[in-house]
Design a protein around this ligand. Structure first.
Ligand SMILES: *Cc1c(COP(=O)(O)O)cnc(C)c1O
Length: 209
């Protein structure tokens, strides 16, 4: 088995029913192809443009690929993102929500949407503050945008468990079925705290070049 296949098998055995999103940013189509050969079909990318360079050809060959956008989205890329991604995890401000609503209405394509929450209230970080989540969701509903999950990246260097537990509680209160949290360093903790999807890059593919 390849190293990538080994990694996938190990992580899948650890996460039970949760979805493994193999984060393939900076990886080439060769590495992604190895993951596909090992049975992986859910991938995450950070940049619309990078994904647009790699995935249309892969999709032509493997139509069952499911592609998640996990990096910040600019409003002017919303239409491209709606065309390319099956899940957009990083709805994080009004302008992006409005651009997505427009693109969805225009194309009829309806990616699953998650709201990125800034659980640590870090000023430099993307995401909606916890105190603003309910108002933001109400605005999304007003413009016809359906959000069915939450996503977070907890503050670095602090105990992720606290933030994972808090966002799990928030997702429960809001009745959100999907919860995306946990990366290579902390996906096991995220699973213990109730993640439904984990985003693992280096743990699957090795260190990024
Ligand atoms: C890069 C990235 C990941 C994967 O990180 P690893 O530490 O390589 O597992 C997960 N989520 C987001 C939002 C990322 O940008």
């Amino acid at each position: 088995m390849s190293l990538i296949a080994d990694n996938l098998a190990r992580i899948k055995a650890q996460i039970g029913d949760a979805t493994l999103i193999a984060v393939s940013k900076t990886q080439g189509v060769d590495e992604i192809g190895q993951a596909i050969a090992a049975g992986q079909h859910v991938f995450g990318e950070n940049y619309v443009q990078e994904a647009a360079q790699k995935f249309p050809a892969l999709r032509a060959q493997y139509p069952h690929i499911v592609l998640h956008l996990i990096g910040a989205l600019q409003s002017n890329k919303a239409a491209d993102a709606v065309a390319l991604f099956d899940v957009i995890q990083t709805v994080d401000r009004v302008s992006v929500a409005e651009a997505l609503a427009k693109a969805i209405a225009k194309t009829g394509r309806k990616p699953r949407l998650l709201l990125q929450v800034n659980m640590g209230d870090e000023p430099q970080k993307a995401g909606i503050a916890v105190s603003e989540v309910e108002d933001f969701l109400a605005h999304c509903r007003d413009i016809g945008l359906e959000i069915t999950g939450l996503m977070c990246i907890p503050p670095q260097g602090r105990d992720a468990r606290t933030f994972f537990g808090a966002i799990r509680g928030l997702a429960d209160r809001l009745g959100m079925p999907h919860l995306s949290m946990g990366m290579s360093a902390d996906y096991l903790v995220a699973i213990e705290c109730g993640a439904t999807e984990v985003r693992v890059g280096t743990g699957v593919f090795g260190e990024r070049g």
